[in-house]
Design a protein around this ligand. Structure first.
Ligand code: C2O
Ligand code: CU
Ligand code: CU
Length: 498
């Protein structure tokens, strides 16, 4: 039984009174998956809502800390060799208190792997956790058997060597995190996630100094412990009271002149509508540089996504990097959305390299000769007086033993992804990048405003997005909602590439 539905037992409120979204009223419960004896839901580890540690308990306003870099132990050219060990560590986040976390090499966030296009990567993964895990290379074009699929679990106490080559034109901003069956949300919210940058020898933005901002959130109870998910976390995705940048609360980032920032949304579920009080220039997305720089005032960075931006206009100023209110249509009784301060940006005088007007040519993959349809949906049902909620792809909950879709290797495809639900969900697919063709929202069709490579894209309620993509390796790929609690509850499916 692979289904892991969330059961709303013991919440006390009952589900209906806490839902104020009319779309639910129209759901025909009898037509959907979470029903009957063959689909008895399995309870998930859940705790009741509890008092949380005051946000002021974590120090703020300290200088921004650079990421720790994973040392390459190889002396061979074009070879990157290193070890990542996942283990439990007690971390002193709050003075005088120990917070047990699960970390890669003891680091918050996990170390940054920096390698070049053409490099052979060999990462030995040592799993010292008390449960099975994998390392998934989010966004990287690595062969399926090296991509940390849930099927290739590394048992507690086990080891595994991941090997892959970074192809040409793969320069970009990626990350890695566990992807075991069912336990991904917990392993990530306890601290397991790290960063991966692929560099190119002819980077058109070489002249810019670079800084890295990994945004994650953290939930701590009144005793500075990381609590299990609550019912609300399983429904809406977990959001902690702390939003951290490189593991720090509201650091001060000094930016001399004009610089390149790489920003990761490594949160389980938090949407980041980024704004810094002055325009910035978007130069890259998930899969590396875009074709032409785009000047913007804000960018909605959803869980799993990354961007590269150029910031600084030469005038000294102190600005606040914020995540502005974004309504992603959460369910139930949730705290009102507020603008969140992420960091202080201290702009100072410095080098102002010219921004190239052309960054890269992104091919459109050619003519598509196949088409796929994906539908995200949510259902709620009553089983034996217990309310059960399910998050589905094409009407089904994830099953490791089912191939949901089949593609031919190297065949260009259009995927039409429909969010048939009242809440936003970020779609993510493994092993490849895609370009967005258009979006249909409220009956309005809009073409993608610029050509960019993505592996994760947000879908607003009832939005349809068409993407063009191709899979270059034979094997099994996952695609899923990157709100990790939704993925963990089954909003994931499998693509078999033959
Ligand atoms: Cu970052 Cu399958 O996910
Ligand atoms: Cu991924
Ligand atoms: Cu979702």
């Amino acid at each position: 039984m692979n289904r892991r539905n969330f059961i709303f037992s013991g919440i006390g409120l009952g589900i209906l009174p806490i839902l104020n979204v009319p779309a639910w009223a129209a759901i025909d419960h009898s037509a959907h998956g979470a029903h009957g004896a063959d689909a008895m839901p399995q309870n998930l580890k859940t705790v009741a809502d509890m008092p949380l540690l005051a946000v002021s308990a974590l120090p703020a306003g300290r200088p921004h800390q650079p990421l720790s870099i994973l040392k390459n132990t190889s002396v061979q050219p074009k070879q990157f060799t290193a070890t990542l060990t996942a283990a439990a560590h007690d971390v002193e986040l709050v003075a005088g208190q120990k917070t047990p976390m699960w970390l890669y090499n003891g680091q918050v966030p996990g170390p940054l792997i920096e390698a070049f296009e053409g490099d052979e990567v060999e990462i030995r993964f040592v799993n010292q956790l008390a449960q099975a895990s994998t390392i998934h290379w989010h966004g990287l074009p690595v062969p399926p058997e090296q991509d940390g699929n849930p099927h290739d679990a590394v048992p507690a106490g086990g080891e595994h060597v991941y090997r892959f080559k970074l192809p040409k034109d793969s320069a970009g901003t990626y990350w890695y995190h566990p992807h075991p069956h069912g336990d991904t949300p917990e392993q990530v919210y306890r601290g397991l996630a790290g960063l991966f940058i692929v560099r190119s020898k002819n980077d058109p933005l070489k002249a810019f100094a670079e800084q890295h901002l990994v945004i994650s959130d953290l939930k701590l109870d009144a005793n500075a412990q990381i609590p299990d998910n609550t019912a609300n976390d399983w429904m809406n995705g977990r959001e902690g009271q702390f939003v951290l940048v490189n593991g720090q609360r509201e650091p001060v980032i000094t930016i001399a002149g004009r610089q390149r920032l790489r920003i990761w949304n490594a949160c389980s579920a938090r949407y980041l509508r980024l704004n810094m009080g002055q325009p910035f220039t978007l130069v890259g997305t998930d899969g590396g540089l875009i074709e032409k720089p785009q000047i913007m005032d804000e960018f909605l960075l959803v869980p799993g996504q990354r961007i590269e931006i150029l910031v600084g206009n030469g005038k000294p100023a102190s600005m606040t990097l914020k995540a502005l209110i974004y309504n992603r249509e959460k369910m139930g009784k949730v705290a009102p959305e507020v603008d969140r301060t992420l960091a202080t940006l201290q702009f100072t005088a410095g080098l102002m390299p010219e921004i190239p007007q052309k960054l890269r040519k992104i091919a459109d993959f050619g003519r598509a000769t196949a088409m796929k349809k994906v539908e995200f949906s949510e259902t709620m049902s009553m089983d034996n007086g217990v309310h059960t909620m399910a998050f589905l792809v094409n009407g089904k909950s994830f099953d490791m033993n089912r191939h949901d879709l089949i593609s031919k290797v190297n065949e260009v495809e259009v995927w039409e992804i429909f969010n048939n639900s009242h809440m936003d969900h970020p779609f993510h697919i493994h092993g490849t990048q895609f370009i967005v063709i258009d979006s249909t929202f409220n009956k309005q069709r809009t073409n993608a405003p610029y050509r960019a490579l993505h592996d994760t894209i947000n879908l607003r309620p009832y939005e349809t997005i068409r993407i063009k993509t191709v899979q270059q390796d034979i094997g099994l790929r996952m695609f899923h909602c990157h709100i990790l609690e939704h993925e963990g509850q089954g909003m994931m499916a499998q693509l078999l590439v033959k």
